[in-house]
Structures are given as structure tokens and as C-alpha cells.
Write a protein that binds this ligand. Sequence first.
Ligand code: PHE
Length: 337
Amino acid sequence: MIADIHHARDAALHEIEQAPTLDAIVALQARLTGKRSELALLKTGLGGLESVDERREAGRVLNEAMDAVVEALARRREALESEALDIRLAAERLDLTETIGRPRRGHAHLVTQAWERLEDVFVGMGFQVAEGPEVETDWHNFEALNMGEGHPARGEFDTLFVDHVPPGGRAGSTVLRTHTSPVQIRTMLAGAPPIYIVAPGRVFRRDTPDATHMPVFHQIEGLVVDRGISMAHLAGTIDAFTKAFFGQDFSSRLRPSYFPFTEPSAEFDIQLPNGQWLELGGCGMVHPAVLRAGGIDPEEWSGFAFGFGIDRMAVMRHGVGDIREMFSNDIRFIEQF
Ligand code: PHE
């Protein structure tokens, strides 16, 4: 009897070891552990044994054999499952290695590169990035910036108008924003000071394209509103930015100028290591009327703002002769940068 049990167990273990697939394991499980299995049949034979001791011993061996079979089935199943998983993973693996010729990698456009670097530098200085819509109301683009209807400064922004009359509004009061300065107003209206933001974005003016002008271009606006902000903070910020963006051997200066939305106002230039000065943009202390339009009390808060062209900076940095080149989408030009 004992020998028969051992024999049945060894045969079963051998079959399990050889099972080639999970399906085979399922079939074996039924055949080796079910009611008609050899071990089960041997169990029914236990009753025919003469002595109690013999029966008890055979029963014990039989149980051990059954346990061994069940355990072997589980182990083989596990092995086959992990094998199947390995095979599936190998089949689903994507080989992303470029093997044909020289790999061609794309990159961000020159203007995007400059835009992102500008954001990085200002974020590094503690500014947050804000944005506003490209289609603006006359109020945000002009009126709230201290350029009421008929203000002569409006003439300097060759404005593109949109055929859209807002509910309750009047014809001609929707424009493509001519600068990023309306984001100043939107930011002030959206939250209380202190405000430290930069707002890069696309702006539009009715200009004929030439070597230095495009009707669509990019600016970055800066706005700081806090207690006790002075012109010294403005000058210091512009200089810190100049050195962080262009390099330690660059410096900056402010020249008196005029903008309706800042008072006093200035243009700022940067000086290249070769001594040459380049005009970069406009800036100044935020005009009290502008703070008021933004819902901020000019008796309590003061601030400065600046704005400059991103495209022009990219052109300068890479020595591009004609700004139109940047938007020609000529791959031979774009690939150089
Ligand atoms: N918005 C002005 C322009 O487009 C630049 C500017 C911004 C000037 C902020 C002063 C303060 O010319």
C-alpha cells in the first residue's frame, strides 16, 4: 500500500514538473487531485487494511502525498504564470532606439526658448507667471491704463479691432491687445497686493512687416505692487534681471520717457560687453489712476511695471538680421538654433 502511494505520488509530481502550459496544469489539477485521482482511489482502499496501525500509517502517508501534489501544482502554476508574463512583457516592449541614420531631434522655436528662459529667470527672482486674453476690451487695453477715449497715446498703438460688440457694449470696443499691459489690470482686479508677476504673451499691431517689425509679436510684462515700492526697486530689478539673463558683464540704465500708465516713466537699455547700448523696453512707477482702476488704493500701495519685446531679444541674442526670418518657418533657418 505504502509503496503504491509513493509510486502514485512520484508519478504525479513528475507529470506536474513536465506540464508545459497553464492549461495543462488546470487539466492535471482535476486529474491528480479529483475524486477519480489515483490517490483518491487509494484512499478508498484504506478500509480494506487489516490493522488500525497500518490504516493510520497509510492514511498519514496518503495525506502527505496529497499535500505534496497540491503544493507542486501551485508551484508549477506560479512558475508558468511568471514565464507567461515575461514573454508578454518582452513582446510588448517598444524599442525606441533610433537606428536609421542620424537621429533628428526637434526643438522649441527661438521665441519659445527666449520666453521660457525669461520665465525661468523671473520665477527665480520670486515672480509668478500671469496671463490674460489676446482679444481684449478697449477698457483693459486703454481706458484702465489711463488712456481714455481720445488720448493721443492711443495713436501710437496701431490697433487692430475685432468685429465683436459685447452685450451692452459699443462697436469698436473689442481689440487685439496691443501690449501685455492689460494683464496688469486683470491681475490687480483678481487679487490683493502684494503682487509680483510677469506676463509673457502675444500682442498685435497694425504694422507692415519689415526687418524690425511684425504685426504679431511677443512681450513680457512685469508688475510689482507692494508697500513702499520705489524707483530704486525698479532699477535694481531691471539690473538684476539683465545680469541673470544676459550675463554678469551686461548692465542696464533707465532713460526718462513717457507712458500714460506710469509716472515717472523710463525706457531701459542694456549695455553689451562691447560697450554698445540696446533699447529693450519701457517701465515706470504704476500711475495712481491705474492702481485705482485695478481696485488698489494708491495711498497705501505703490508699484512699478515694465514691458519689453521678446522677439527683439531673441533676434539680438542670436544675431538674426531680419525679424521676419523667425516666422518664415524655413526649416534651414529654424534648425540653426
Ligand atoms: N506697454 C508698453 C509698450 O508696449 C511698455 C510698458 C509696460 C511701459 C509697462 C511701461 C510699463 O510700449
